[in-house]
Design a binder for this molecule. Structure first.
Ligand SMILES: Nc1ncnc2c1ncn2[C@@H]1O[C@H](COP(=O)(O)OP(=O)(O)OP(=O)(O)O)[C@@H](O)[C@H]1O
Ligand SMILES: [Mg+2]
Length: 258
């Protein structure tokens, strides 16, 4: 870890008209750190994540990101083109529903290769080889490289989405309920895979989940949201083993064996 955060979040609020999405959220994310955002349905997790990833414009507050050259940049002051470039290269975004993060009617290989082309790779053979090796890393047999994701199972699609996101060696990855729509056994396998990849690549990640077991397995630190506010945050083990807020205690005790 270096002594500068990768992401600095200051007082982010998002209102939908009069309704609160999230309110006054501040934190730093450090290189290599995995942060989980947990809370019940409607607590503002997705709103916050989308504000951080510039998919939504916050009503107030600022998010700064440390670029590869070391400069801290205010995301709201970047041009649309700069933001899009970040999204394609430095960042990944894993959607709960893989169909939202994949192109369903092009091949698996092209889904991965497309991101490589966005960072300037032009050599067809290299693209195909790298795509194939990433399919292997996410445990999709390379002989499926020319198949379309619409012919894949839900778990395979989610793994393909992860490969598509990681192929450009992003520094920061956002995930919204990455295991949400999957069977329990498929979830466990995917979590293992994600944990290994995040560790091997030294990725920073922000993961939205309502599942405390996912937070326990993947994150170093967690934030608990309720009604748009962060009501508790700290090291994941501390928050889960010794929750300070009554609401967090309730959340933890309502789940057996997290
Ligand atoms: N596009 C929108 N327009 C109006 N209100 C919205 C919109 N999106 C979210 N909200 C409201 O903002 C609040 C937070 O919603 P959000 O989707 O961020 O919650 P969440 O924690 O991600 O919930 P879930 O676990 O169900 O995905 C809710 O009251 C929701 O109704
Ligand atoms: Mg959500």
């Amino acid at each position: 870890m270096t002594d500068t955060p990768l992401l600095k979040v200051r007082d982010i609020s998002k209102f939908y008209g009069a309704r609160i999405g999230c309110q006054n959220v501040s934190f730093d994310l450090w290189p290599g750190e995995v942060l989980a955002i947990v809370g019940e349905s409607g607590s503002g997790k997705t709103t916050l994540l989308n504000c951080l990833a510039t998919r939504l414009m916050p009503t107030s507050g600022a998010v700064e990101y440390r670029m590869r050259d070391g400069q801290m940049r205010d995301l709201s002051r970047m041009s649309e083109a700069e933001r899009r470039f970040l999204m394609r290269t430095d960042w990944g975004f894993v959607h709960q529903n893989p169909a939202d993060g994949l192109r369903m009617a092009v091949s698996a290989g092209a889904n991965v290769g497309e991101r490589l082309m966005a960072v300037g790779e032009r050599h067809y053979g290299n693209i195909r080889e790298t795509a194939g090796s990433w399919l292997g890393r996410v445990e999709i047999s390379v002989d499926r490289i020319d198949d379309q994701p619409r012919d894949f199972s839900g778990g395979m699609r989610q793994r393909l989405q992860i490969a598509r996101n990681l192929v450009t060696s992003p520094r920061l990855i956002f995930m919204d309920e990455p295991t949400g729509g999957l069977d329990v056994s498929v979830q466990a396998r995917l979590l293992d895979l994600l944990r290994g990849l995040v560790q091997d690549l030294g990725l920073s990640a922000i993961i939205v989940t309502h599942d405390l077991a996912v937070a326990r397995l993947l994150s170093h630190r967690m934030m608990v949201m309720k009604d748009g506010l962060v009501i508790e945050q700290g090291l994941t083990d501390r928050v889960l083993d010794d929750p300070r807020e009554a609401y967090t205690q309730l959340l933890v005790s309502s789940i057996l064996q997290v």
